[in-house]
Write a protein that binds this ligand. Structure first.
Ligand code: RM4
Ligand code: MN
Ligand code: MN
Length: 432
């Protein structure tokens, strides 16, 4: 097992270098915000309260269907992945949970893994099942579907896998289960749309029945891929219908990459909030499809508009509003630790900016049918550089003022490269 860790004293040392500019910028921003009757320290507390889960599959280098270019010192098993998650948490302080993908990161001993995570200040968020791939040991193939397969035996196998995820999750202290299926069709006529959805519900009811009392079930929709003509849970409407059918513990999860280009995702979010069915998010960014690019890298304004809806609901005390935030990205050309840290920071940025919106002025502009003023209220918040708030929030919580620079300076990846020599015959887990 590898051992190098970035120690607190090193972070503090690095922070010393950045302190002068942070203090200056923080003071300046504080004055500016005071003119708008905003207390900068309140925003620091808000930033510190924001939490997003890191996906176990995100700390390994991703790939495309063409190639995967492994990075140096990649984690070789779930323990090393958790170790990397611990490093991310140490530096950014907003990622205290890990979301596990089963069987990619199935623990040999859940109690041992939980202890290992807890010593690093980490715990486990939603579980994720995988019935979109065949595993060497399994009896039936998912080539033509899993929870919706025409053959009951295949469906039962997929149901059993999901129930196994619940069992593992219980031992890890998880409280939610995310179901995303690759089921669908590549050709018109291949699948009977209505029958496939009926079979989905029948299978999901069995999983739902096995869900512990205090758990939630997250349904994740996706409009295409791996099936290229149709998918069974293709959009939020279908997801919402299924969540309603299943019961009060079922909710709809929004993965930002699972919509056609230009779809108004913030509006979908608002609808799900209004209907009390928003499960939470898989954050990422995209240009064309489920690109799994880093959050905020392509459409930061869209991310901000989504947080506008979320903060609005939070401030209004909307019932049943308890979204789970997770990252779901594939890092093909960057160091995954760096990408995940930057993405976590981008989310806090959007969250804090959304808290900067003058909501009474916005409501007034809406009532007075003044679109330009309404837009400018949003733009004013979006164009405010809140970087000093984020830096101070991290520093006060023991994290790094500049997480990427501190990480690079520590030589973490090079050390891991020495500590994690390739294991003979070991396949990389996962496809992302
Ligand atoms: C899917 C979906 C799931 C993720 C897999 C790897 O497109 O986003 O959430 O677990 O990819
Ligand atoms: Mn996802
Ligand atoms: Mn996806």
């Amino acid at each position: 097992m590898s051992s190098f860790e970035i120690v607190d004293s090193f972070i503090a040392e690095q922070n010393e270098k950045a302190r002068p500019w942070v203090e200056e910028d923080y003071e300046h921003l504080g004055k500016k915000l005071r003119r708008q009757n905003v207390d900068i320290d309140d925003l620091v507390s808000k930033a510190q309260a924001f939490r997003v889960a890191v996906p176990s599959w995100g700390v390994g280098t991703g790939g495309t269907r063409f190639a995967r270019f492994p990075g140096t010192g990649e984690p070789r098993d779930i323990y090393e992945k958790v170790e990397d998650c611990g490093t991310i948490f140490k530096l950014v302080r907003s990622t205290p949970t890990v979301s596990l993908h089963i069987p990619w990161d199935k623990p040999d001993d859940a109690t041992k893994l939980l202890d290992f995570a807890n010593t690093r200040g980490l715990s486990f968020d939603a579980m994720n099942s995988n019935t979109f791939q065949d595993q060497p040991s399994q009896k039936h193939s998912y080539k033509f579907g899993s929870l919706t397969h025409p053959d009951k035996a295949v469906r039962q196998q997929a149901v059993a896998h999901n129930i196994e995820c619940l069992e593992i999750g219980k031992a890890l202290g998880s409280k939610a289960h995310t179901v995303w299926i690759g089921d669908g069709g590549n050709f018109p006529g291949q699948q009977h749309f209505r029958h496939a959805l009926e079979r989905y519900l029948e299978s999901m009811r069995e999983i739902y029945a096995a869900l512990p009392e205090d758990w939630r079930m997250f349904i994740e929709h996706k409009f295409y891929e791996p099936a290229f003509y149709s998918t069974v849970i293709n959009d939020w409407g279908t997801s919402y219908y299924c969540a309603r059918e299943l019961g009060p513990k079922a909710f709809c999860l929004v993965d930002l990459g699972h919509h056609a280009p230009n779809v108004n995702i913030e509006m979908i979010v608002a609808r799900l909030i209004q209907f009390g069915k928003l499960a939470g998010f898989h954050f990422n960014d995209s240009k064309y499809g489920d690109d799994d690019l880093d959050s905020g890298s392509i459409k930061p304004f869209q991310l901000f508009l989504i947080f506008n809806e979320l903060v609005d609901a939070e401030l209004n005390g909307v019932a049943n509003f308890n979204p789970a935030y997770m990252l779901d990205q594939s890092h093909n050309v960057t160091d995954p630790i760096e990408s995940l840290m930057m993405s976590a920071v981008e989310l806090v940025r959007a969250f804090v900016q959304a808290h900067l919106i003058d909501r009474s002025a916005l409501a007034e502009a809406q009532d007075k049918c003044d679109p330009l003023t309404a837009l400018s209220m949003l733009k004013q918040a979006f164009t405010t550089d809140v970087a000093p708030i984020l830096a101070v929030a991290r520093e006060r919580a023991g994290g790094a003022i500049d997480p990427i620079a501190t990480y690079r300076q520590s030589g973490y990846r090079l050390r891991k490269n020495e500590e994690r020599p390739a294991r003979k015959g070991a396949a990389s887990s996962g496809i992302v």
